[in-house]
Ligand binder design. Structure first.
Ligand SMILES: NC(=O)c1ccc[n+]([C@@H]2O[C@H](COP(=O)([O-])OP(=O)(O)OC[C@H]3O[C@@H](n4cnc5c(N)ncnc54)[C@H](OP(=O)(O)O)[C@@H]3O)[C@@H](O)[C@H]2O)c1
Length: 286
């Protein structure tokens, strides 16, 4: 009988790749959790069924979980995110879900807000009767496609100084998640996931320039200027604080730890930033 996997965050960076890796897999039935019907329709495939799911609509949680054996959990990182994720864990438990693969964050940030939010959910999962696997990735390379993408003048403006940071390709995170969801042997395991090299943001910009043929440069801005710019884009205060905490952590060298977990689990090397830049270069061309 086919095993059913509920994938949350199915339209997001990591979840969409998990979905792609599970699409067409024999013996696997996938439920793609979406809050927007039109987005769901685009994800449908012979073994993929979209299911309505919205953390803000508690009545959607239990029906989405019913009949699922496993859950890929992408928790919302908002001030309400912890109770919302805990409600999903409860619904999963009551619906008979057996195993949860949770997308968390590197343990390196455990002392700042984002780490504390994730830890509250991770701890509840570990204390529940559900089997679990927890993924602890560092900063995503794909952030340079959206949140930290170059501005129209080619500048990447961040208050992170010249500290080196290790970025991970979300395709590697998703590959580990898909393995944990489908292969035995990953239960009660926590995986700290990092990329294979530490780079300064100037080095990142140079690699993006080389891959795209566009002049991209890094500008180390004061925290106050970054705050003003984000508030000017109408970002809520809590999100601005969250991002600035992460930047300060990176600036202090917190993001510089590498490890070989991706290669150990997947049996192939993790993507380098150069490989990522080659594959995403079209996003930076003007
Ligand atoms: N970015 C990083 O560097 C980094 C590093 C380590 C860990 N993380 C963790 O990774 C997670 C985010 O993963 P991601 O980047 O793949 O996500 P993402 O690209 O930001 O996408 C978020 C996903 O969640 C869905 N979503 C948002 N609000 C929802 C709601 N109310 N109900 C149901 N679904 C909702 C979105 O659906 P819609 O399409 O409908 O909006 C989308 O599928 C966070 O927990 C973050 O802390 C991020």
């Amino acid at each position: 009988m086919a095993r059913t996997i509920l994938v949350t965050g199915a339209t997001g960076t990591v979840g969409s790749e998990v979905l792609r890796l599970l699409t067409g897999r024999e013996g696997i039935q996938v439920r793609a959790a979406v809050r927007d019907q039109a987005k769901g329709a685009a994800l449908a495939a012979p073994n993929v069924e979209p299911v309505w799911f919205d953390y803000n609509k508690p009545e959607s949680l239990s029906p989405a979980c019913r009949g699922a054996d496993s859950l890929f959990l992408v928790a919302p990182m908002t001030p309400d995110g912890v109770p919302q994720a805990l409600a999903l864990l409860l619904a999963a438990q009551e619906a008979g879900v057996k195993h949860v693969v949770k997308l968390s964050v590197t343990n390196g940030v455990r002392d700042i807000t984002i780490g504390q939010w994730h830890a509250a959910i991770d701890d509840a999962l570990k204390k529940s009767t559900l089997a679990w696997t927890i993924l602890h990735p560092g900063g995503f390379m794909q952030n340079f496609v959206e949140g930290s993408a170059p501005q129209p003048d080619g500048g990447i403006y961040l208050p992170v100084g010249s500290a080196k940071a290790v970025f991970i390709d979300t395709r590697d995170i998703a590959a580990v998640a898909a393995k944990a969801l489908t292969d035995p042997g990953h239960r009660a395991k926590e995986y700290e996931l990092a990329g294979p090299e530490a780079l300064s943001h100037s080095e990142v910009a140079a690699i993006m320039s080389e891959a795209s043929g566009r002049q991209i440069h890094f500008v180390d801005v004061p925290e106050s200027a970054a705050r003003q710019a984000m508030l000017g884009q109408h970002m809520p205060d809590w999100l601005v604080d969250l991002i600035l905490e992460l930047c300060a952590w990176s600036k202090a060298g917190g993001a510089s730890e590498m490890n070989s977990t991706v290669a150990d689990i997947l049996g192939r090397p993790a993507h380098t930033f150069r490989e990522f830049a080659r594959d995403y270069a079209d996003h930076w061309k003007v």
